[in-house]
Write a protein that binds this ligand. Structure first.
Ligand SMILES: Cc1ncc(COP(=O)(O)O)c(C=O)c1O
Length: 391
């Protein structure tokens, strides 16, 4: 039996593979500092865990829900969109999905026709290109600016060239960014919306880290910029990061009704509906305004400052990230590039980090600060030693 070229081209999540390798080393007894992880090291809010536990306890209503999610959760998400992105949102403009990742793949599956092209800004989360390929499309990558921000000049130039922009139908953006923590400014988001309007494109805006911005202006959704921005944008988000609910696997997409409706119909045929327990937990978290979130954000901020200062001190220049929980550090011209850097660091010093290569930037590595201060200090000491041996 042969698999299709489309599925054969998908390599599998490199970050998950790396985390698995780190776990394997740990199980052999090595004291591994795992800074490769993409999930908060905090428990889910009590109110969310309680809601799931209560449902489990009663045994009632752990059944199929409507394919697009429970009416209660869709309503809460519409209210959440109003509160956080502005404008009026109805339940029909929101579909609950199994995760943000699933919202991304479902959205791509209803927006991309065979062979169409979608623009990505480097550094770019590795799953986007895979999602585009699985949907039958092709990614067009744009190199980053030196501060790791979106290269909107390159985007404008690409769109202005009819030959080079043939087949481009949309653009995917992520702010705050994984892997850089870069948060787009309002002006940048306005420029993006103006460009997609002029060239009749759609935006898929991954806002999974929206709640994790530590300084300056909050992240602005393209859907908040103008009616045009709203009409051309599908927002995807979820409970994984801001509520530390990665294992619940729950998220949503919000956007124009016809797109949301199509996602719901596809979901009804593919997965049936999102998990009932996770929907109840997510609804409780959204309605409960859990105090754990603020405490987690405060702690991330402390770690962020500490880690960046430490990385700079050991000789790894790191553009200051305003959001998410990652630091994307320059390793310069390391022999063998970022993969060699990460492999050697893992073998020699038992520190797991992610090579920038998978985000399209081989002269960088990604540290996650979803790790305690004590583990961050251990990592800094070990990476410092690793670098000192190479000067
Ligand atoms: C940019 C980005 N989007 C989406 C996700 C996945 O979110 P979820 O757990 O809801 O699938 C991640 C997880 O690492 C991410 O970094």
């Amino acid at each position: 039996m042969e698999v299709t070229p489309r599925s054969a081209a998908v390599g599998g999540s490199a970050t998950l593979a790396l985390a698995a390798r780190a776990k394997a080393l740990a199980s052999e007894g090595r004291d591994v500092v795992n800074m490769a992880v993409g999930e908060p090291d905090f428990p889910a809010p009590a109110v969310a865990r309680r809601a799931a536990a209560e449902l489990l306890e009663t045994g009632q209503d752990i059944r199929y829900t409507p394919a697009a999610g429970t009416p209660a959760l869709r309503k809460l998400l519409a209210e959440h969109m109003h509160a956080t992105r502005g404008g009026d949102w109805s339940s029909e403009e929101v579909v609950v999905t199994h995760s943000c990742k699933h919202a991304l793949s479902s959205t791509l599956s209803v927006l991309i026709r065979e062979g169409q092209r979608v623009v990505l800004f480097e550094p770019v989360w590795s799953s986007y290109e895979a999602g585009i390929q699985i949907a039958g499309g092709e990614a067009v990558r744009l190199p980053a600016r030196p501060d790791l921000g979106p290269n909107l000049e390159a985007f404008a130039a690409l769109l202005a060239d009819r030959r080079l922009s043939a087949g481009i139908v949309g653009v995917m953006v992520c702010s705050p960014s994984n892997p850089s923590g870069y948060v787009w400014s309002r002006e940048e988001t306005e420029t993006l919306v103006a460009l997609v309007e002029r060239h009749d494109l759609w935006i898929l805006s991954d806002e999974i880290y929206r709640g994790l911005v530590y300084e300056g202006e909050p992240a602005v959704s393209p859907a908040s910029i103008s009616d045009q921005g709203r009409a051309r944008t599908v927002v995807v988000d979820g409970a994984s990061k801001v509520f530390a609910m990665t294992g619940f696997r729950i998220g949503f997409a919000a956007g124009p009704k016809n797109v949301i409706d199509a996602i719901g119909r596809v979901q009804s045929e593919t997965t049936g509906c999102p998990n009932a327990l996770s929907q109840a937990a997510y609804a409780a978290a959204l309605a409960g305004d859990p105090p754990e979130v603020e405490a987690m954000v405060r702690e991330f901020d402390v770690r962020r400052r500490h880690l960046i200062a430490g990385l700079e001190a050991i000789g790894l220049p790191t553009p200051f990230p305003r959001g998410a929980f990652y630091a994307f550090s320059s390793i310069g011209e390391f022999p063998g590039g970022s993969a060699a850097f990460c492999e050697q660091l893992l073998e020699e010093e038992a520190v797991a980090i992610v090579p920038g290569k998978i985000f399209g930037m081989d002269a960088y590595v990604r540290f996650s600060y979803a790790a305690s201060m004590e583990r961050i200090d251990a990592a800094l000491e070990r990476v410092g030693r690793f670098l000192a041996q190479r000067v």
